[in-house]
Design a protein around this ligand. Structure first.
Ligand code: KG4
Ligand code: ZN
Length: 335
């Protein structure tokens, strides 16, 4: 079985061809056109600009994915596409392209929730998690905890009430004068700093639920930056303290969820899952409890077409591809 996956929910344009053989998923090609240079210039994503770039790149990216996979259109069994959540203009580019291709190539169309897609990066070219499994999604737009009971069968446990963890990294980085995206920048700078030099809040770490809140942390960082601007402070120490605060909250809640539901397998996904400190600290915690941790390779943590194709192997196809509608507000708490 071979699936072409298409991802355009935010600023990236991704297309990938994946094959499932004997239950294992293999990447035949994985192409990504990023508007990262534009974001770096403007300090973030401008939705209309992102969609314009995606209109330009979607067909060349799909073409490259098929030719790099060294397969023919006739070898593709289905097309999987992200239909939400995300930026409406960006989603429309992928969804409408996938609808056209599914119609003219006469392929089944598989709609994929982008958030679920992130988790399926754990099924690519690796021994995948087994169920039940706790999933922590940490990206620029989302921070969610999910109890997976099977493919297509999951329970939403909680999520952020304000900023997502990646957004917190990005906003704090901006306060420190670091470029976008801020997560990798803070992480790099944190290596030279001491996390104990600033005592930052760990919002909701002890709350009796699986929700998160990161906006207070950003405010605390803003106060430090403003008050110490004249006297001078170590950016590396602050970066290290920010990273430690975010990681501490993510780990505490994830472990508590696993313990509450009696689950011994944990998977992480999304851009922040590429964070070395999160991976190392969670791995050591998980090991000490006799649990098992699954983390995708860094290049599959951030948005890509491969994870969407991977999710497609476990999702239902549509009977009428033309009925698919982009849904910018799709969440994990329904559907
Ligand atoms: O999953 P993703 O590519 O896009 C969304 O669906 O949002 O995640 C992007 C986010 C950004 O906020 C970025 O700063 C963060 O992931 N990120 C990281 C790292 N790499 C990317 N955050 C912390 N450490 C990293 N190494
Ligand atoms: Zn994403």
């Amino acid at each position: 079985m071979i699936i072409l996956g298409i991802e355009t929910s935010c600023d990236e344009t991704g297309a990938a061809v994946l094959q499932m053989r004997n239950g294992r998923i293999q990447i035949l090609s994985n192409i990504l056109a990023s508007s990262a240079p534009l974001q770096a210039k403007y300090g973030g994503i401008i939705p209309e600009q992102a969609a314009r770039e995606q209109i330009r790149s979607i067909i060349p990216v799909v073409d490259a994915a098929i030719s790099n996979a060294k397969c023919q259109i006739s070898n593709i069994n289905a097309i999987a596409v992200t239909y939400g959540p995300g930026l409406i203009g960006s989603l429309l580019v992928g969804v409408e392209t996938a609808k056209v291709l599914a119609t003219i190539w006469e392929k089944p169309l598989i709609p994929v929730n982008h958030l679920l897609g992130h988790f399926y990066a754990n099924w690519i070219e690796a021994t995948p998690p087994t169920f039940p499994c706790i999933g922590l999604l940490v990206s620029g737009g989302h921070t969610d905890l999910v109890l997976f009971k099977n493919h297509g069968k999951y329970e939403y446990l909680g999520g952020t009430r304000d900023d997502a963890s990646g957004e917190c990294f990005d906003k704090c980085a901006r306060l420190l004068g670091l470029p976008y995206p801020g997560g990798p920048e803070i992480s790099k700078l944190a290596l030279q700093g001491d996390a104990l030099k600033f005592n930052l809040p760990r919002p909701m770490i002890n709350s009796n639920n699986f929700d998160f809140s990161f906006s207070g942390l950003k405010t605390a960082v803003a106060k430090i930056v403003n008050s110490q601007q004249d006297t001078g402070y170590s950016k590396a120490n602050l970066a290290s303290s920010i990273e430690a605060a975010i990681v501490d909250v993510l780990i505490a809640k994830t472990i508590r969820a696993a313990q509450k539901y009696g689950v011994k397998q944990i998977m992480i996904a999304g851009g922040v899952a590429a964070n070395q400190k999160l991976k190392e600290s969670l791995e050591s915690r998980v090991k000490s409890l006799g649990f098992k941790l699954y983390v995708p390779p860094a290049y599959l943590c951030t948005d890509n077409g491969a994870m969407i194709a991977a999710a497609g192997f476990y999702s239902k196809k549509l009977t009428d591809p033309l009925k698919l509608q982009a849904d910018p507000n799709l969440s994990l708490s329904y559907g």
